[in-house]
Design a protein around this ligand. Structure first.
Ligand SMILES: Nc1ncnc2c1ncn2[C@@H]1O[C@H](COP(=O)(O)OP(=O)(O)OP(=O)(O)O)[C@@H](O)[C@H]1O
Ligand SMILES: [Mg+2]
Length: 305
């Protein structure tokens, strides 16, 4: 009898343990279900049109205003700005002036609350969103670090082509990510992130090269780089931009950076302040104007004297 009592005690313990296990796992399941329930907030209209190839005129913002949901103040307001086909524009501004918001509006991630954005004369809302995203290669400031294989981290830039090895290699070469792969045991097949066994972590700059590779995965007509080199060393930054100028010759590009050495490479510089455009011109023109650009440039230059 004692034997069977002991046995049933063990069994009961087992049952309780499994029950608590089920509860624990169900918490994750809830996350998954919530995630699967998420619906995109902007959808393509029925009968949406495809983005012209090639784009001929470019993007025009006609006094655009945008407010983040739940926030009182406009992040950008009365923003007039034209991005002509084939030109490279650098956005310069202080923190919180609306640079990232502007490029998110351009790439169709948010809909303007006021006025509209035109692409080749047609409202951006008329275009098919998936096709629009396919045409825009972008790396955001707060890019993600996926616990995937090295090559997959680049491949996710264009999920449909994640198995296209040639494309991944070309993107890696353009973003300098190919200089990182040889330092890893498994090269391009290296598991990244500490979440998985054998996964390794990279340095901030190395992650950034991978994220940059993602932007190069697409046949983008517009390339947007939001502080793509903040974590790169001086040599890597120089090389990244040399390649960037080569690759974007004749293509449209928007570049956001707080480093004036980088900003000078653009065809045209646009200075934002408080969510609106304040100045525009070339580096020389803006310096001569002696406005906000000249002030910020001189502040930075001061540090190097
Ligand atoms: N997700 C958000 N929700 C609410 N407000 C936001 C959000 N993102 C940005 N803002 C606000 O919008 C304004 C513009 O922010 P934005 O990120 O575009 O600035 P930025 O020019 O990119 O700055 P930085 O140089 O720091 O990157 C800021 O006042 C900011 O507080
Ligand atoms: Mg920003």
């Amino acid at each position: 009898m004692i034997g069977s009592l002991r046995q049933s005690q063990g069994l009961l313990e087992g049952v309780l343990l499994s029950l608590s296990g089920i509860y624990e796992q169900s918490l994750y399941l809830r996350d998954l279900l919530l995630f699967l329930d998420v619906r995109p907030q902007i959808l393509s209209k029925p009968g949406a049109i495809l983005v012209p190839r090639p784009i001929t005129k470019g993007f025009v913002l006609e006094g655009v205003g945008y407010k983040y949901p739940g926030s009182e103040a406009y992040a950008v307001r009365e923003l007039n700005f034209a991005l002509r086909q084939g030109e490279s524009v650098a956005l310069v501004a202080e923190n919180g002036a609306g640079k990232t918001t502007l490029v998110k509006l351009l790439s169709g991630l948010y809909d303007p609350d006021e006025a509209r954005i035109l692409l080749d004369g047609v409202d951006l809302r008329e275009y098919d969103l998936v096709d629009l995203h396919r045409n825009i290669g972008v790396i955001f400031q707060d890019f993600l670090r996926f616990s995937f294989l090295f090559k997959e981290n680049i491949g996710v830039g264009m999920v449909d082509e994640i198995d296209d090895w040639d494309r991944i290699q070309a993107a890696a070469a353009n973003s300098l990510a190919d200089t990182v792969a040889p330092t890893l045991t498994d090269g391009f097949d290296q598991q990244l992130g500490r979440k998985f066994e054998g996964g390794v972590d990279l340095s901030g700059g190395e992650w950034q090269k991978l994220a940059l590779g993602r932007a190069y995965m697409r046949d983008a007509q517009l390339l947007i780089l939001d502080e793509p080199t903040a974590a790169l060393d001086a040599r890597a930054e120089y090389e990244v931009f040399e390649r960037f100028t080569e690759l974007t010759r004749g293509r449209t590009a928007v570049l956001i950076s707080h480093r004036f050495s980088t900003v000078r490479m653009a065809d045209r510089i646009v200075v934002l302040e408080g969510g609106g455009m304040r100045e525009t011109g070339t580096h020389q023109e803006l310096l001569a104007q002696g406005g906000l650009y000249a002030e910020l440039f001189n502040l930075q230059a001061e540090g190097y004297r």
